[in-house]
Design a protein around this ligand. Structure first.
Ligand code: ATP
Ligand code: MG
Length: 140
């Protein structure tokens, strides 16, 4: 059970808490794989922006830093860790990876980097919980 876990991180404190929980679970259950995924926005802020390649490179660099902080939060675990930055919509990409890699658990934060303070559950988490092909563990 929970042999191939998908951890979704966006750099928020909630998602780093999710990373620590994912690591604990992977250690206890001796899971064989942990997929760590950060999704970045591939759309230009302004259509036709000539500096778009620079913006895209900066986003990719930001995504790599988020993966690095997640990997540090995870620490030593017995599982094979696949860390990956993916371009797309966060919830759709998380669900699609869970399906194609046959993950049996998704772990994510209750909130992320969004600024709507009143929100109890972020929109990415709400969408994943509604459409996920497997159980979802939401971490505060
Ligand atoms: N771009 C992303 N890549 C990977 N995981 C993400 C991404 N965005 C959100 N998540 C995951 O979803 C969790 C909740 O974030 P979510 O985006 O749903 O909430 P929010 O940012 O507070 O609100 P909203 O985005 O709806 O304004 C995060 O802790 C993280 O685990
Ligand atoms: Mg968000």
């Amino acid at each position: 059970m929970f042999n191939n876990i998908l951890l979704a991180v966006d750099g928020s404190e909630h998602s780093l808490n999710a990373a620590r929980k994912a690591a604990e679970l992977a250690r206890v259950l001796k899971s064989s794989e942990l997929q760590v995924v950060v999704v970045y926005d591939p759309m230009p802020p302004v259509l036709g922006d000539p500096d778009f390649q620079i913006v895209l490179n900066a986003r990719l660099e930001g995504a790599q830093k988020i993966l690095q902080s997640a990997t540090e939060a995870i620490g030593e675990i017995p599982s094979k860790v696949n860390a990956e930055a993916i371009a797309g919509d966060p919830a759709e990409s998380i669900i699609s990876i869970a399906e194609t890699r046959k993950c049996d658990l998704i772990i994510m934060g209750s909130r992320g980097l969004g600024r709507l303070a009143g929100l109890l559950l972020g929109s990415a988490t709400q969408k994943v919980v509604s459409l996920a092909p497997c159980p979802v563990l939401i971490v505060r």
